[in-house]
Design a protein around this ligand. Sequence first.
Ligand code: CP
Length: 308
Amino acid sequence: MKTRGLIDIAEMTTEELDAMMDVALDIVENPAKYAESCKGKKLATLFYEPSTRTRMSFESAMLDLGGSVIGFSDAQSSSVSKGESVADTARTVECFVDVIAMRHPKEGAPLVAQMNVGIPVINAGDGGHNHPTQTLTDLFTIKRELGHLDNLVIGCCGDLKFGRTVHSLVTAMSRYPGVRFVFISPEELRIPEHVRSEVLDAHNIPYVETTSLEDVMPELDILYMTRVQRERFFNEADYLRLRDSYILTPDKLVTAKKEMRILHPLPRVNEISVAVDEDPRAAYFRQVRNGKFIRMALFLKLLGIEVK
Ligand code: CP
């Protein structure tokens, strides 16, 4: 279903993705041109779950376009604590703003919001499901770092079961020719069956699964590290057993390609040693910066604003 906003990255065509990345690049190169393009527009950030990057990059994106921002980052300080539904909250907030960005622990909550309002709703992460603007950030980062999105071997490492950013990334990258995936995870945290059947198998995308990062390191163009998602585990003992399954250290990168790039949606816990940050292949903080530019481009698209 194509929504007015952005709920799932699959809603966007390849042409729309490519056009948005072109706009984001123009924003990087000509920020002054865009400084007042959202003057008079208002964003609401409705975050029912913790966030640093996503919320702040949405907010700084709107501010850098000349617009303004309201919202909450602690749902318990809003009337949600009195039992207000997502639908009623969205209908209320619609009275005040032009666009909503929502993060929620329940899968599908941003879609419920979108079905109840006439303004665009952007999914800023729903449970273990999707995180489409992280994927826009990831694609824009790969494009800026390597110059292309096709013919790449993408290694996804860590919690591939609960890591919603991986699910969205696989969906988006599967549309580019010559892309192949290597999934590196413990047995319990393998990529979910629905991603394998509905995305990979449905589009004949080649992939392999392994538990060994060292074995596959030399073939990767992108290494997409993820944290083990403590908040999605039912059992603390399982989390403690699995949390340090993969720890990227400089010695493990000796066999990696010189042009390989390391991405991570962040926050990291233990899975990338800080010693790796000095490696020019470590692109994860550049990735954070890119998130603001691509979200600026997304606002322009969803609000129908063209900047000449
Ligand atoms: N990448 C990401 O979603 O980070 P936050 O949880 O800090 O928003």
